[in-house]
Ligand binder design. Structure first.
Ligand code: PEP
Length: 256
């Protein structure tokens, strides 16, 4: 089944409102031609969401969607510092990243938290991008597929197949994030195919509709080759998404 490629830029904790607007204005014309063939999103920090949404609302920005980088699972309440899925929908977010390895590593994100966030996002009409991936130690111990399977099973637990079909998964080997080391195309395809097989066990034919992005030092010079793999349906891009020229080249890599 042909899946439309999906490229999302994760700005992490970078860019003020003015800088965000500027980045959107620089990016929009560069990807204007690709927007009907590739799904494109950007995930600015919470504080720049509204400014980015405004810049995207201009005629040239229309084909880039807005994503958030995290959320809480409750709709509202006494959770200081947190933002709910409904608030993200209200801010114009179409997608939200959950389970990013930096959240797992530095902020105690668990598989159970990822599951609750994914379910809450779907309920609020925001599409989750669920990140999974092994550390270098886990890869060297031959545990990559075990770790990734545990994370995928954890995130999907209790979801109906129709909801699973709405998810995007991002396979992001932790050792490749922000390090300049990229998984080889064979390493990426091996894990993506294993994830697809597991999705089929868990959710039947919905597996064919789930996009599985690769993330981890994706750059203009490696993006096309990675996304040419049969089970690599796009990219989650960190550092290179902060440069309009680089990000637009990556988006174009999805067209080849
Ligand atoms: C990410 O943050 O999801 C990521 C893949 O970062 P980078 O592209 O910088 O490795």
């Amino acid at each position: 089944m042909a899946r439309r490629k999906f490229v999302c830029g994760n700005w992490k904790m970078h860019r003020t409102r003015a800088e965000g607007r500027e980045l959107v204005r620089a990016l929009a014309p560069l990807v204007a031609d690709a927007g009907d063939r590739v799904q494109i999103a950007i995930a600015p920090p919470f504080t720049a969401l509204e400014a980015a949404a405004q810049a995207l609302a201009s005629p040239t920005g229309a084909r880039i969607e807005l994503a958030a980088q995290d959320c809480h699972w409750e709709p509202q309440g006494a959770f200081t510092g947190e933002v709910s899925p409904a608030m993200l929908a209200d801010a114009g977010c179409v997608h939200c990243v959950v389970g990013h390895s930096e959240r797992r590593q530095f902020f105690g994100e668990t598989d159970e938290g990822v599951r609750k966030k994914a379910a809450a996002l779907l309920k609020a009409g925001v599409l989750p991008i669920v990140c999974v991936g092994e550390t270098l130690q886990e890869r060297e111990a031959g545990r990559t597929l075990d770790v990734v399977s545990r994370q995928v099973r954890g995130a999907l637990q209790g979801l109906a197949a129709a909801d699973v079909a709405l998810l995007t998964l991002a396979y992001e080997p932790v050792w490749a994030i922000g390090t300049g080391k990229t998984a080889t195309t064979a390493q990426a395809q091996e894990v993506h195919a294993a994830i697809r097989k597991l999705l089929r066990e868990l959710a039947g034919d919905a597996a064919d509709r789930v996009r599985i992005q690769y993330g981890g030092s994706v750059k203009p010079d490696n993006a096309a080759e990675l996304m040419a793999q049969p089970d690599v349906d796009g990219a989650l891009v960190g550092g290179a998404s902060l440069k309009a020229a680089d990000f637009s080249q990556i988006v174009k890599g999805a067209l080849r």
